[in-house]
Design a protein around this ligand. Structure first.
Ligand SMILES: Cc1cc2nc3c(=O)[nH]c(=O)nc-3n(C[C@H](O)[C@H](O)[C@H](O)COP(=O)(O)O)c2cc1C
Length: 181
């Protein structure tokens, strides 16, 4: 039997927000025996990414970067749970993605080979009632999955502004029940 290990990366700049609530609703539906690891990017801040591709390469990941790289590689599924900030992923989620660029070039990690075959998912909350406002976020994640040869799981969208609002979005709550299956 294939077991899954799902990594949830929380990208909000506040605790207990709508994105996390929606991600936790989706996680509740995972079958027993599915591994879950939750990491809050606020607690594992990454340095600004420096593009050293043509300047001698990137230093080996250390500190929080090493933790996030190890967790990413260990997962079968990576769920980026980022609120919609200015139509895009949050800064912490974007910085995590930027660091993929360095990890791709870490000869020891085998990042590209190991990412292929994993599934990338997104969970996002937005205040806008028009789902297409999240198109840039969806495109960022979908195209990043394609670039890495990952399977694309899609994005679970929920509406909300104040923490807890998303629980009133009955469509999102219903979609959460089958999202990760
Ligand atoms: C910096 C910032 C930018 C935001 N940009 C958008 C946006 O572009 N579109 C939108 O619909 N909501 C936007 N919002 C509202 C949030 O997406 C919404 O409050 C969401 O519930 C926040 O997620 P969280 O509860 O998980 O923290 C923004 C909020 C903040 C703080």
């Amino acid at each position: 039997m294939t077991t899954r290990d799902v990594l949830f990366l929380l990208g909000s700049s506040r605790a207990g927000g709508n994105t996390e609530t929606l991600a936790r609703l989706a996680a509740e539906q995972l079958p027993a025996g599915t591994g879950q690891r939750w990491l809050d990017l606020r607690e594992l801040p990454l340095p600004d990414f420096e593009d050293r591709r043509h300047a001698g390469g990137h230093p080996a990941p250390a500190g929080h970067a090493a933790t996030l790289l190890e967790a990413t590689l260990a997962a079968t599924d990576v769920v980026i749970a980022s609120p919609l900030y200015w139509y895009a992923v949050s800064t912490s989620a974007k910085r995590y993605l930027d660091h993929w660029s360095g990890w791709l070039r870490d000869p020891g990690a085998g990042f590209r080979q190991r990412m292929a075959g994993k599934t990338l998912w997104g969970v996002t909350a937005l205040a806008d009632t028009e789902p297409s406002a999240a198109d840039p976020l969806v495109g960022t994640l979908r195209n990043s999955a394609r670039y890495l040869g990952m399977r694309w799981g899609g994005v679970l969208l929920g509406n909300g502004s104040r923490p807890g609002d998303v629980l009133s979005d009955t469509g999102a709550v219903a979609r959460a029940k089958t999202f990760l299956s």
